[in-house]
Design a protein around this ligand. Structure first.
Ligand code: NAP
Length: 484
């Protein structure tokens, strides 16, 4: 059963920062894959924009190289690549200057969907919004797409929101969190709200706790200078982990519509309790062998920025009272993996006796690698050994369940860009959500900065500092192993 591809309406997509790393690795290859899948109408056009002087032909060569590098060779037939490149153009433009805007205006049509992707540093968002408006390029229904980081605290996020709101309505603004574009994340909503099986159990009465882990094996590498100003809390928790937490914890929206979903997510963020210092563990990876440590990589021996964080978070509402959410994310860890584990409570009475063993049911929602879901259930160990209980997985690996033609999931970016063209904001963060997330995050960061806490060192290739394990052990729980 091949996935259905529904073409989107004709569009002009302008990528500001069209020569940057994100455009090269994600946006342009993603657009090519959608083109190859037949989702782009014949008249769709993509216009790269950045300060560098280059002709449209030179830009096409740049994009050709990006497509060849980042798209599977099986999809790169010469005539398909050439047809895709024929839709491209390039305009040299400085977000802070006035040159190039007239040329851009002549490239962008008024009678198709207009989308402007701000794939540039956030400091340029306001300039771009203002000039698009001043030069009369963006029509009344034009969409703008902005990237993370969306601010570094509540005040800067509010200022960014205001700079965009000066020229665009909220319905026109698409704040990307690419975690929300993952197939499994949307499936999480389908599983929760499209079945009767889970929702009655989805509360503090039946769920013991929830774990959300996003682990990377790489260090900060070349991003050291940027990362050291941000750290794991700002870079990952405030946005990606928070969004995942919201989707797990939210009430069923009355319809699967943008504002209905986003209203429910916002209520979760507002219900988050402040986290006491004892419930936060911050870490920095050490050097080992040839591998440089965090402090070497950022070149700042006194840095107190965390490359790892684990937190115990409480959602103060009826549904979740007493069920903690344990979040952890870090670099240089044992595996590259993103997953959510919903750990259910054990049956109230052990009728098979304590010797039979018992395991709580778990729903493991895997975002990467191998997107899919697994529900573990308890069964009798086969054989004549008496009534002994073991845990087996009921597997829902998408690759197996849906057939090989669907095994390669569309990248989150390509899915989200198509949603922009369709005008569907469900999987994008609303301005008030982002600000609320910062309002919860800010006091936690301020508190550890004020105390002068130093992150705990941890060995590369592990699950982070020992204290992160203790965060669960002291509650009689343990993290699921980090196994890719
Ligand atoms: P990058 O590689 O530094 O690229 C920046 C792009 O912006 C280049 O095309 C650059 O081209 C252009 N640019 C810079 N100043 C400009 C100006 N004044 N006017 C017009 N264009 C200008 O950055 P990136 O990694 O692609 O990141 C872009 C945005 O996405 C950032 O906000 C970043 O935080 C976010 N992001 C990136 C990633 C990623 O994986 N790379 C992931 C998540 C979020 P010229 O120098 O020729 O102008």
């Amino acid at each position: 059963m091949a996935a259905r591809v529904i073409p989107v309406d004709p569009f002009d997509l302008v990528i500001f920062g069209g020569t940057g790393d994100l455009a090269r690795r994600k946006i342009l290859p993603g657009l090519y894959r959608r083109f190859h899948a037949g989702q782009m109408p014949d008249t769709a056009r993509i216009i790269g924009a950045a300060r560098s002087e280059m002709s449209s032909d030179e830009y096409r060569e740049f994009v050709r190289a990006a497509v060849i590098e980042f798209v599977s060779p099986a999809l790169c037939e010469a005539e398909q690549v050439a047809a895709f490149l024929s839709r491209l153009a390039y305009v040299a433009i400085d977000a802070r200057g006035d040159g190039g805007w007239a040329a851009l205006k002549s490239e962008v049509r008024g009678d198709v969907v207009q989308a402007f992707y701000f794939s540039v540093a956030p400091g340029l968002f306001g300039d771009l919004a203002e000039r698009l408006h001043a030069h009369g390029i963006a029509g009344p229904d034009a969409r703008i797409v902005v990237e993370k980081p969306f601010g570094r605290d509540a005040a800067s996020a509010r200022a960014l929101n205001q700079s965009l709101a000066a020229h665009f309505r909220e319905e026109q603004i698409y704040r990307i969190d690419h975690y929300l574009g993952k197939e499994t994340v949307q499936n999480l909503m389908a599983v929760r709200f499209g079945n009767v099986l889970f929702e009655p159990l989805w509360n503090a009465q039946f769920v013991d706790h929830i774990q959300i882990s996003v682990a990377e094996t790489v260090g900060v590498g070349g991003r050291g200078e940027y990362y050291d100003k941000s750290g794991a809390m700002r870079d990952m928790v405030q946005n990606h982990l928070m969004q995942l937490l919201c989707l797990i914890a939210m009430e069923p929206p009355n319809r699967f519509e943008p504002d209905a979903v986003r209203d429910e997510k916002l209520k979760v963020i507002r219900a988050l309790e402040p986290v006491p210092a004892d419930d936060i563990v911050r870490g920095q990876y050490r050097s080992e062998g040839d591998l440089p440590g965090y402090l070497d990589e950022v070149g700042s021996p006194e840095s107190r920025t965390e490359s790892f964080i684990a937190l115990k978070v409480q959602v103060a509402n009826w549904r979740w009272n007493g069920t903690p959410f344990y979040l952890r994310t870090g670099k240089r860890m044992a595996a590259r993996l993103s997953e959510i584990v919903v750990v259910f409570k054990e049956p109230p009475h052990a009728i098979f006796g304590d010797e039979a063993g018992s395991e709580a049911n778990k729903l493991v929602i895997r975002l990467q690698p191998d997107e899919g879901m697994t529900l573990t259930v308890t069964i009798k160990e086969p054989g004549p050994g008496g009534m002994r209980l073991i845990e087996v997985p009921l597997d829902m690996s998408f690759a197996e369940a849906l057939g090989p033609e669907n095994a390669e999931m569309p990248d989150a970016y390509e899915r989200l860009i198509m949603d922009v063209i369709r005008g569907n904001q469900t999987l994008f963060m609303r301005g008030d959500e982002v600000e609320a997330a910062w309002r919860w995050t800010d006091p936690l960061i301020e508190a550890w900065e004020k105390r002068g806490d130093r992150p705990k060192p941890y060995r590369p290739g592990t699950s982070g500092p020992e204290d992160a394990l203790a965060l669960l052990h002291r509650d009689g729980r343990r993290w699921r192993d980090l196994e890719a």
